[in-house]
Design a protein around this ligand. Structure first.
Ligand code: SAH
Length: 482
């Protein structure tokens, strides 16, 4: 299958810079499902075309895969080698990933410039017909030319095939064009998708400049994506698309490790979870939320304690939730255990009915990941709308950072931290929350306490004091959606 991208921008050979592939070279790449070749059938000042030729190996793939016994033949004999499908999307992201992300070290201005671009896909399976093609590309600012292939030229009575030769043309940045193709090719196809990393798609949808959220066919696009996904992923993706604004941080495991390594000598994480569980247990809570549950370490400990009969872990990062699901072996837990625990995808900065009515909530090492304006949205979501009787919040004590030799002065413990508070700052914030929302507050140090700088982690335990201030008439912040 073949994808070509052409431009008549002057000089047209700039395309080579943007793609990080030299127009004079023929390059081949091994991918997990076959081989891809990149070459330029034409490269002059006036017109330049790059070709991405993909050679899918269905036999190799069928051998390497778990078999679905009911459909063995289909693994070997199928249209995948001949059509543009999700394999093409994977190839685009692997071979043109830098260009797709809009980066170009040598010519950043070029990457940000809309250029006249034409993309041609030979043999694109389109379930939904030609009208569907137009409805997908035209709202994004492309003109579309499409020619349907007959099923077999020798037997016209067999009718048309679902396969089209498609050209789209528009003045776009190369990053936009590649992103649109990456997302839409599998949508046309509507077969099972084989993305290398699902988080890649998730990020694209979340951060793709909002084009998908604004697309009139976004329901159809997401529905087609979601057909073959796990329910967790489905729910998550649906929410991402509904939320036009991406206000979330996605925690990559590498980033999480930085903090872990730093704090390891103390096994601070264990001490922190121990302190949180003790506070939750002491509150008498039976139903608990773990907000920003990450990979589920605290959830595992909560599960081991029979006091907690309903446990809900929420995180904004699907990747973390998937890791939590694995770590907790949710699919293998006995039914009664599994019924006690639920993982949900969501963000602490949006009002969420699913969080209401709980005895307690733990918010462990999460607030420092929120930008200050988001923090104020989170405050209302947590203290005003979710309003559990007990809230346990932990956050780093910045003063303690001087105790770590490996942490340069002034640097946060973790690259994604938006702030780290001194004890005074945390206590001021927590006391203000308690006053405003009718909670009492007590503070506890977690980890080895130093006389001057205190303990590495600070913890605040809020208890509903039954003196809730009258709220609700105030204008809602825009981010807090009812
Ligand atoms: N509570 C866990 C993880 C802390 S790391 C633990 O103690 O180990 C911070 C976590 O907060 C990450 O998993 C991150 O994805 C999550 N997070 C960041 N912003 C969030 C938001 N707006 N809503 C929900 N979770 C969020």
């Amino acid at each position: 299958m073949l994808l070509t991208v052409s431009t008549q921008h002057k000089p047209a050979t700039d395309l080579g810079y943007l793609l990080h592939k030299h127009p004079d070279r023929f390059q081949s790449f091994d991918l997990s499902f076959g081989r891809a070749h990149v070459f330029y059938p034409e490269a002059s000042e006036d017109r330049c075309t790059v070709s991405l030729l993909l050679d899918v190996d269905p036999v190799g793939m069928a051998r390497g895969k778990q078999r679905d016994q009911s459909y063995l033949l289909g693994h070997y004999v199928n249209d995948r080698p001949y059509v543009a499908s999700s394999f093409m999307s994977v190839a685009i992201s692997q071979l043109f990933g830098t260009a797709m992300s809009g980066r170009c070290k040598d010519r950043p201005e070029l990457a940000a410039t809309p250029l006249p671009l034409t993309a041609r896909l030979d043999v694109l399976p389109v379930r939904g017909g030609e009208g569907f093609l137009h409805r997908m590309f035209e709202p994004l600012g492309y003109s579309v030319e499409a020619a349907r292939q007959p099923l077999d030229e020798q037997f016209p009575e067999w009718g048309d095939s679902p396969y089209f030769s498609v050209s789209i043309h528009g003045t776009k940045t190369l990053s936009e064009l590649l992103t649109h193709l990456y997302v839409l090719i599998p949508v046309f196809d509507n077969e099972k998708h084989y993305f290398v990393g699902e988080d890649e798609l998730e990020k694209l949808l979340a951060k793709g400049g909002g084009w998908l959220a604004a697309h009139p066919e976004k329901q159809q696009i997401t529905r087609r994506y979601l057909r073959h996904r796990s329910s967790l992923y489905r729910e998550a993706l649906a929410r991402l698309v509904e939320t036009d604004e991406d206000a979330t941080t996605d925690e990559s495991p590498n980033m999480a490790q930085q903090e872990e390594v730093l704090e390891k000598t103390l096994s601070l994480n264990d001490q922190r979870h121990g302190a949180v569980i003790a506070a939750l247990r002491g509150s008498g809570a039976r139903t608990v939320l773990d907000l920003g549950c990450g990979e589920g370490k605290l959830l595992r400990e909560l599960l081991q304690d029979r006091q907690f009969d309903q446990i809900v872990g929420m995180d904004v990062s699907i990747r973390c939730l998937e890791m939590a699901q694995k770590r907790l072996k949710l699919d293998r837990l006995p039914d009664r255990q599994a019924a006690r625990l639920k993982l949900i995808h969501g963000s602490l900065i949006y009002r969420d009915k699913r969080l209401e009515g709980f005895d307690a909530a733990a918010v462990v090492e999460v607030i420092e990941h929120l930008d200050p304006p988001r923090l104020s949205a989170m405050e209302r979501v947590l203290f005003e709308f979710a309003r559990p009787k007990t809230i346990v919040v932990t956050t780093p004590n910045r003063e303690y950072n001087v105790m770590w030799d490996s942490l340069p002065a002034g640097q946060f413990r973790h690259a994604d931290h938006r702030f780290e508070w001194s004890r005074r700052e945390f206590q001021d914030w927590a006391s203000r929350m308690a006053d405003q929302h009718g909670y009492s507050i007590r503070f506890l140090p977690v980890g080895p306490e130093d006389e001057t700088v205190g303990a590495p982690t600070q913890m605040g335990v809020f208890e509903d004091s039954g003196t809730r201030a009258v709220v609700g008439k105030r204008d809602r912040m825009t981010e807090v959606q009812a």
